[in-house]
Design a protein around this ligand. Structure first.
Ligand code: PMP
Length: 386
């Protein structure tokens, strides 16, 4: 099958793997960074420092502001729980949106059980969260606003620049889940006031199981640790550092930074080419805001077609129906529902996500396969009379 699920995960870039492989075996650098008394530890630590610099460079921050975690899920948990825990005397109210990733939403639900108040803002039908809605919901107890940069199902981008101004003006911390944006949308944290930012390696051709939380140092943001132990990562996240994973993420970020403009424009053109190839299909609905989205995601719905049969008919295409992260449930996508889509359209949605290794030939095949599948399924559909 053709892989069109890059928003779920990406294959590791061969250059990333080559670097990682040197950090595992007896003839490589396999030491524990906590071993301060010998060279094996020092070499490992040096490698982590270099990787941390590459990751920091991608978003233009100080390497000391980067904390390693197991991925964006953990980063989101640490950012939100850690912040609420540490600043609870200041207030107990959070603002987020109803279209965040589950790792943000479920963390917020958990905090609600702990008596925090959470406001979930619904986006407008174009997918964008209104700045006025955010402002309206701020109160004297609001300590944190958590809004994603780009949505994982639709690709839609939020106006984090304006939201950061609102946060600064009201003295509220701002957390951004940038998992889908990193490596696609250039982001210079010297030009925007973000206090906490999550992202992970496996969406940018790095290994799974490693991510970071950016934590601002000036002014210094404090968090309560969620994983306690040996005091690694400035006490914010204990656990022996997975040096090979970190090195892999470093190389992945380095490559992403080098290629970001070229790669984004390639993805943008390819994504729009795919849309052009299928947009003439009758009763097709675009769920991605093409003018305001990451270049790698295209989300569409097909009316009068059942989602599951569509996926079956497209079995040569590895695509996602709804969010891959929640596809174990049969509920229609909560993200599409929040945009006002009726259940049938949410059910018959497909997320195509392309990446570094997607070719035009693959997109041509995809366009052809979709046309074929839709014609066949609509012939079978009792609801379709055209
Ligand atoms: N946030 C967003 C927007 C995501 O797309 C994902 C991955 N589906 C995550 C968080 C979770 O990332 P990870 O897989 O690294 O835990």
């Amino acid at each position: 099958p053709i892989y069109l699920d890059y928003a779920a995960t990406t294959p590791v870039d061969k250059n990333v793997l080559q670097d990682m492989i040197q950090y595992l075996t007896i003839d490589g650098i396999f030491g524990n960074t906590a071993s301060r008394s010998h060279q094996f530890g020092w070499l490992a630590e040096e490698s982590v420092d270099i990787a941390r610099e590459k990751i920091a460079a991608l978003i233009n921050v100080d390497p000391r502001e980067i904390i390693f975690t197991s991925g964006a899920t953990e980063s989101n948990n640490l950012a939100i729980k850690g912040c609420c825990d540490f600043y609870k005397k200041k207030g107990q109210h959070i603002i987020t949106s109803s279209v965040e990733h589950k790792s943000v939403l479920d963390t917020c639900r958990y905090l609600e059980q702990k008596k925090y108040q959470v406001t979930y803002i619904n986006p407008k039908s174009n997918g964008i969260i209104s700045l006025n809605e955010i402002k309206k919901n701020i109160n004297k107890n609001t300590i944190l606003i958590s809004i994603m940069y780009a949505n994982n199902e639709t690709g839609t981008i939020q106006d984090i620049y304006q939201i950061s101004h609102i946060c600064k003006k009201n003295n509220i911390l701002f957390h951004v889940d940038a998992t889908q944006a990193i490596g696609k949308l250039p982001l210079d944290l010297k030009t925007i006031n973000i206090d906490l930012m999550s992202f992970s390696a496996h969406k940018i051709y790095g290994p799974k199981g490693i991510g970071v939380l950016y934590i601002k140092r000036k002014p210094r943001i404090r968090l309560s640790a969620q994983i306690h132990g040996g005091g690694h990562e400035r006490g914010m996240r204990s656990g022996t550092l997975p040096v090979h994973q970190i090195v892999g993420m470093g190389t992945a970020c380095y490559i992403a930074q080098k290629n970001i403009l070229h790669e984004s424009s390639y993805l943008f053109q390819l994504r729009n080419y795919l849309w052009k190839g299928i947009c003439k299909i009758q009763e097709i609905y675009l769920n991605t805001n093409l003018k305001n989205s990451t270049p790698h995601i295209l989300n569409v719905s097909f009316n009068y077609i059942e989602g599951e049969s569509l996926i079956m008919a497209l079995k040569n295409l590895a695509v996602a129906s709804g969010s891959a992260c929640t596809s174990s449930s049969l509920e229609p996508s909560y993200v599409l529902r929040a945009l006002g889509l009726k259940d049938e359209l949410a059910h018959s949605s497909i997320r195509f996500s392309i990446g570094r290794f997607t070719t035009k030939k693959e997109i041509n095949y995809t366009i052809h396969a979709i046309h074929k599948a839709i014609i066949k399924l609509r012939q079978l559909s009792p609801l379709w009379e055209m």
